[in-house]
Design a protein around this ligand. Structure first.
Ligand SMILES: Cc1cc2nc3c(=O)[nH]c(=O)nc-3n(C[C@H](O)[C@H](O)[C@H](O)COP(=O)(O)OP(=O)(O)OC[C@H]3O[C@@H](n4cnc5c(N)ncnc54)[C@H](O)[C@@H]3O)c2cc1C
Length: 400
C-alpha cells in the first residue's frame, strides 16, 4: 500500500485535516474527498492498516445499510452461545445473517486506496501534536519522523480514538469511562475443536473473574477464531485474564498458533455532548460513539462519520447553522436504556450473582431479552436524520 508518506507531499493548506485513519477517519475523509473537498488524513502508524485493534464484528444493520466489500467480510454468524461462570450454556439462533467478522486490515487498505483515488492526501507515520486557532480555522502541528509540519486547515476532525488529543485541543468533551479489551486471533485449524459444532458461532462468557463489567468471547466463523476478554482496567489484569480464559476454553494460542494479538480501550460513557465547534468535529471513539452496553463501535463510527461529512461540507459552504445538527444530545436518547443496562452489568460483580443472572436469562423472558440485545434491529447508533427529527419533537432545538 502506497501512502503519501513524504513530508514533501504535505500541503501547507487544506479544507479539512482528519487525525486518525481508523474506520471513523477513513469514512469521513473518503466522503469529503468524494465531494471535492481537499482533505489530509494523518495517522501515527507507518501503515494505518496494520496493528488493527478491533475484533471487527459487524452487525446486521451495518451489513444491510452499507455496502462493505464482500471479500473484506468473513462467513455469516447466526448462533450466539451465552455461557455462565459455571459453564452452563444457552444458544440463541437468529433467522437472519446476524454478524460477520471484518477482515479489517484488508478493509482499511481498501478504504485508504479509495480515499487516495478521490484526492485525499494520506500522511502515515505522522503524529498529531497540537493545534491552535487562527482566523478561519486552525494551524495543525504534526511530527513526521522528527520533521515538524504545519497545515492550516478550515476544519480539524478528531478521529483519533478513545483518548482523543484533538478533543482536548478543540475544547470539546472527552471520554471518561473505558473498558479494556484484548484478544488473540488464530486460524481455525490451530484453535482446537470447533465452537458450536460446525456452525459459525459467537460464544459470550459472562464471568466477572475474567471479564469484570463486560464479557469474554470466542468468535469462530469457520475461518478465524478470536478469543478475548474485556473489562474495567481497575478490576483486572487483561493479559493474565486472557491467559486464564484461553486455558479454560482450551485454546492454546502459543507455539505458533496465534496470528495476532489485538487490544485497546473502549469508551463506554455513551456519545459525548459537545462533539462539534466552529473549528472542528469529533467522530468515532473520539466522540464516545460506542454502545455503552455491547461496546460495539463500528456501526456508530460509520454512521456518525457519514453525518459528520455532511455537516462539514455545509460548514465549509458557509452554513454555520449546520453545527446545531452535530451535538451529542441529539443522539443521547438511544443510549439511555443501554446506560441502564450497563449499570446493571456493572452491579453484577460476584460469580454467584452472575450465575443467578444467567439462570434468569435461560427463562423464556430472559431469552427474549437476550435476543433483543444480540439480534435487536435497533442497531447501536441512531440514524442521524431520524434522531434530529426526534430531538426536535422533544424540543431539543435542532435547526435542519
Ligand atoms: C479489543 C477490541 C475489540 C472490539 N471489537 C469490536 C467489534 O467486534 N465490533 C464493534 O462494533 N466494535 C468493536 N470494538 C470497538 C471498535 O473497534 C471501535 O469503536 C472502532 O474501531 C473505533 O474506530 P475509530 O476510527 O473511532 O478509532 P480507532 O480505530 O482507534 O482509530 C484511531 C486512529 O487514530 C490514530 N491516532 C491516534 N492518536 C493519534 C495521533 N496523536 N496522531 C496521529 N494518529 C493518531 C491511531 O493510530 C488510529 O489509527 C472493539 C474494540 C476493541 C478495543
Amino acid at each position: 500500500m502506497k501512502h503519501d508518506e513524504s513530508a514533501g507531499a504535505c500541503p501547507d493548506r487544506s479544507d479539512v485535516v482528519v487525525i486518525g485513519a481508523g474506520l471513523a477517519g477513513l469514512v469521513v475523509a473518503g466522503r469529503l474527498a468524494e465531494r471535492g473537498v481537499s482533505v489530509v488524513v494523518v495517522d501515527r502508524k507507518a501503515d494505518p492498516s496494520a496493528h488493527v485493534h478491533t475484533t471487527g464484528i459487524f452487525v446486521r444493520k451495518t451489513l444491510e445499510d452499507f455496502d462493505l466489500p464482500e471479500d473484506c467480510l468473513g462467513p455469516v454468524v447466526r448462533d450466539v452461545r451465552l455461557m455462565s461462570p459455571a459453564g452452563r450454556g444457552m444458544t440463541i439462533t437468529s433467522r437472519h445473517d446476524e454478524f460477520r467478522v471484518g477482515r479489517m486490515s484488508r478493509l482499511y487498505r481498501r478504504m485508504l486506496g479509495e480515499c487516495q483515488r478521490a484526492g485525499a492526501v494520506v500522511l502515515a507515520g505522522t503524529r498529531y501534536l497540537s493545534s491552535r486557532p487562527v482566523a478561519g480555522g486552525s494551524v495543525v502541528r504534526l511530527d513526521h519522523g522528527g520533521h515538524r509540519l504545519e497545515i492550516t486547515s478550515r476544519l480539524l476532525i478528531g478521529a483519533d480514538g478513545a483518548r482523543s488529543r484533538v478533543a482536548r485541543d478543540l475544547g470539546l468533551d472527552q471520554n471518561t469511562r473505558w473498558i479494556v479489551g484484548v484478544e488473540d486471533v488464530l486460524p481455525v485449524s490451530s484453535a482446537g475443536p470447533r465452537r458450536g459444532g460446525t456452525n459459525p458461532c459467537f460464544e459470550c462468557h459472562l464471568d466477572p473473574r475474567v471479564a469484570p463489567g463486560y464479557l469474554a468471547w470466542v468468535v469462530d466463523d469457520g475461518e478465524d477464531v478470536h478469543v478475548g476478554v474485556g473489562g474495567y482496567a481497575s478490576r483486572f489484569n487483561a493479559a493474565s485474564a486472557l491467559e486464564e480464559f484461553r486455558r479454560r476454553v482450551g485454546i492454546n494460542a502459543e507455539g505458533g498458533g496465534r496470528r495476532e494479538r489485538r487490544g485497546g480501550l473502549i469508551p463506554v460513557n455513551g456519545v459525548l455532548g459537545r462533539i462539534g465547534c466552529p473549528r472542528g468535529l469529533l467522530v468515532g471513539d473520539a466522540a464516545g460513539a460506542v454502545s455503552p452496553l455491547t461496546a460495539g463501535g463500528l456501526d456508530p463510527a460509520i454512521r456518525l462519520s457519514v453525518h459528520a461529512a455532511g455537516v462539514a461540507a455545509e460548514l465549509l459552504a458557509g452554513n454555520d447553522r449546520a453545527l446545531a445538527r452535530y451535538r451529542g444530545e441529539v443522539f443521547g436518547a438511544r443510549f439511555i436504556s443501554r446506560r441502564w443496562m450497563r449499570a446493571g452489568l456493572d452491579a453484577v460483580s460476584s460469580v454467584a450473582a452472575m450465575e443467578a443472572a444467567c439462570w434468569c436469562m435461560r427463562t423464556p423472558v430472559g431469552r427474549v431479552v437476550a435476543r433483543h440485545v444480540f439480534f435487536g434491529r435497533g442497531g447501536s447508533f441512531p440514524e442521524p436524520d431520524r434522531a434530529i427529527a426526534a430531538a426536535n419533537r422533544r424540543s431539543v432545538p435542532v435547526y435542519v
